[in-house]
Design a binder for this molecule. Structure first.
Ligand code: COA
Length: 386
């Protein structure tokens, strides 16, 4: 296996894009990543595109081919593959690109993610997202993702000492970070009171506990580490790529407050990188809801079960804390265009490791990205190093 490096990153702004089409969002992000890498499209060997549900959001399937065509790669017949794992589609697309390069089969590969969610109303969007849960046992019974994560939150708060105020601090911190990120959907600072007085979505989760519905795209360029210096002086090495699965339905889990796939993927990533938790300087976790960030910090092993709420309220996960979490603003404030999120996490970690994160820069040499599909049926974890 060859070592792999990221040599370029690019993201569109996340938000509501009324005048930019699905395909143009992708082309914008891909162009930014290629420019950043100093690579021309003719040099590309392969393309992997994370996308959850373009068929339902914009009535377009055959995304791999569409993207290759609109990126001007069809005349070179560049192989282009869509990767789907619900909200983990982006992280998994990155993993496929890493595997392709590590295996020696491809050299210059783009991993991208794109989703355009706001062309349909909230009700339709929530229903489409719910198709990534177990349709027969959860969706048909009326469960949505806010509802499923609310069940996790209720179970967690019943068993562990997490207060409603501590949960709100996750959103306060992520909006603070989002206020410093020029691509973030929400750049407004909020208080605990903003969260607690926002409308109830699924008890105990309120509007500001939820990630929003978002349009956006992100792309990265990966090459073998041995060739990285042909393109850039600041390659970021992929130290580990790990993936794990779990039951798709929440009720079949051993314990609904612990995402076992996060535990498994995290352990595999640390073992592959030969690193421990102390080596990680920042982590982008999958905070689709505030409770998901609490679970992720604990399930990745950064603290014991039941401690993440207190640590968040004490500032341990803030930009100047011991372990900055979601420096981008996370899914909560940066936004969550589901197929693009996993790639945006990689973009953020790379940007931080290159020292280019401006107002939200932290001191970092090693970073982690954690991307979840559904309530944890697919989890992808990557560790990257400067
Ligand atoms: N956080 C903060 N503000 C939000 C928000 C969020 N998550 N979602 C919407 N808003 C704001 C909007 O900007 C808008 O503000 P404005 O009135 O000042 O313009 C207002 O709230 C209403 O927006 P709207 O789009 O009508 O919200 P909504 O009520 O239709 O949808 C949710 C809100 C929470 C139901 C929706 O964002 C949602 O379903 N989120 C979860 C997505 C999800 O499940 N993703 C997959 C995770 S696994």
């Amino acid at each position: 296996m060859r070592d792999v490096a990221v040599i370029g990153v690019g993201c569109t702004e996340f938000g509501e894009h009324w005048s930019t089409s699905f395909r143009d969002l992708f082309v914008k992000a891909g162009t930014l990543a290629l420019e950043d890498a100093g690579v021309s499209g003719e040099k590309l060997d392969a393309l992997y595109v994370g996308n959850m549900s373009a068929g339902r959001f914009v009535e377009q399937e055959h995304i791999g081919a569409l993207i290759a065509d609109y990126a001007g790669l069809a005349s070179n017949h560049v192989p282009s593959t869509r990767v789907e794992a619900a909200c983990a589609s982006g992280g998994l697309a990155f993993r496929q690109a890493v595997i392709a390069v590590a295996s020696g089969m491809e050299d210059v590969v783009v991993a991208a993610g794109v989703e355009k969610m706001t062309d349909v109303g909230t009700g339709a969007s929530v229903d489409m997202l719910a198709s990534a849960a177990d349709r027969e046992w959860e969706g048909f019974a009326g469960a949505t993702f806010p509802g499923l994560y609310a069940m996790i939150a209720n179970d967690y708060m019943h068993r562990y000492p997490l207060t409603r105020e501590q949960l709100a601090e996750v959103a306060v911190k992520n909006h603070e970070n989002g206020s410093k990120n020029p691509i973030a959907q929400f750049r407004n600072r909020i208080t605990v009171d903003t969260v607690l007085s926002s409308s109830l979505v699924a008890d105990p989760l309120r509007l500001f506990d939820c990630s929003p519905i978002t349009d956006g795209a992100a792309a990265v360029v990966v090459v073998p580490l041995e060739r990285a210096h042909e393109f850039t002086d600041s390659p970021v090495k992929v130290l580990a790529s790990a993936q794990a699965s779990d039951t798709i339905a929440l009720h079949d889990r051993r314990d609904i407050s612990t995402l076992d796939a996060t535990v498994a993927a995290g352990k595999r990533a640390f073992a592959r990188a030969g690193l421990t938790h102390k080596d990680i300087d920042l982590v982008e976790v999958h905070d689709c809801f505030t409770i998901a960030e609490i679970c992720a910090i604990e399930d990745l092993g950064f603290c014991k079960k039941g401690e993440a709420g207190r640590l968040t309220a004490e500032g341990a996960t803030a930009l100047n804390g011991d372990l900055p979490v979601n420096t981008s603003g996370g899914l909560k404030a940066c936004g969550h265009p589901v197929g693009a999120t996993g790639i945006k996490q990689i973009c953020e970690v790379v940007t931080q490791l290159r020292g280019e994160a401006a107002g939200r820069q932290v001191d970092a040499e090693v970073g982690m990205a954690h991307n979840v599909g559904g309530t944890g049926a697919t989890v992808v974890v990557h560790i990257l190093g400067a």
